[in-house]
Design a protein around this ligand. Sequence first.
Ligand SMILES: NC(=O)c1ccc[n+]([C@@H]2O[C@H](COP(=O)([O-])OP(=O)(O)OC[C@H]3O[C@@H](n4cnc5c(N)ncnc54)[C@H](O)[C@@H]3O)[C@@H](O)[C@H]2O)c1
Length: 309
Amino acid sequence: MRILITGVAGFIGSNLADRLLQEGHEVVGLDNLTYGLKENIPEDVNFYQIDIRDRSIYSIFEGVDAVFHLAAKNCIADCQDDPVETADINVHGTVNVFEAARKLKVKKIIYAESSAIYEGSKLYPTPESEIKPESFYATSKLSSMYFAEAYRKFYKLKFTALRYFCVYGPVQDYRRTIPPVMSAFIIKLLMDEHAIIYGTGKKRRDFVYVDDINDFHLLCLNDERTDNRVFNLGSGVNYSINEIYKLVSELLGIHNPPIYKPELSGEAEETLADIHEAESLGWRPKTAIRTGIMRSIDYIKSEMAKGHI
Ligand SMILES: NC(=O)c1ccc[n+]([C@@H]2O[C@H](COP(=O)([O-])OP(=O)(O)OC[C@H]3O[C@@H](n4cnc5c(N)ncnc54)[C@H](O)[C@@H]3O)[C@@H](O)[C@H]2O)c1
């Protein structure tokens, strides 16, 4: 198949591009490189540096069988600081991608929502029906769902919506001001420094390894039962941030205590996925947390060896 990935220079997009190429698909990718890096993109991807809000993206959709729409402004704290840009990229940009897919007759769109949509819920594990967004990021992601629904209804586009929980693994972005916990902890400890935990560290998160997510991505291409449905993609188990810190610390054999700083705005108390929907199609998250953290450590070490960190 000829598959287009938006946000191909990012963490999930670049891992997905690798996997699709391994499976023998042709991969076209676009990204404006605001967060992602060109060096993340596998060589065989036909890459376009362009913004998803640009109407000239339409020609890139020519002959494409399926689109994975992953490009987004996605750091909750950044989105809280700039709701206008959040809406511009995550709502306007997403609708422009859906419109391109409609105009160029793409057969299927698989797009990223987020577990943030459940941030106002106290039901754990959280099923797909429990929609309670609070932050600007979550609200923008939920808007995608309503636009997808309208495109499905009026233009018969086929969608699969994916609500990722905390995806982690190699190529996770560690360069942003507040990097995701896994890479932030690994880097600080490897540098023999003290990592920062925002809040008490008692918030719990459902972490899922990127290869497991890619297994489900492949299912979306090959299994019609994924059409016009939404799926939680987590591991169904959660850990507190303090527990993750301890695990990373143990696996590295470096025990510098963390520094606690005030909580960040917009962050949910707990995330825990109810993954029955995805499991009912035969999918299982297979990677044990220690294995996933070890692979993330190996990636960060290799980045350090290249002088990138
Ligand atoms: N990683 C997670 O744990 C997680 C959890 C929930 C949801 N998601 C969603 O999954 C998707 C991928 O996440 P990720 O972790 O790979 O993020 P990422 O930031 O690593 O990748 C996103 C990519 O989108 C690009 N981008 C941003 N704005 C753009 C624009 N206007 N035009 C073109 N490209 C643009 C960035 O440059 C970046 O390369 C996002 O939609 C995100 O909201 C991720």
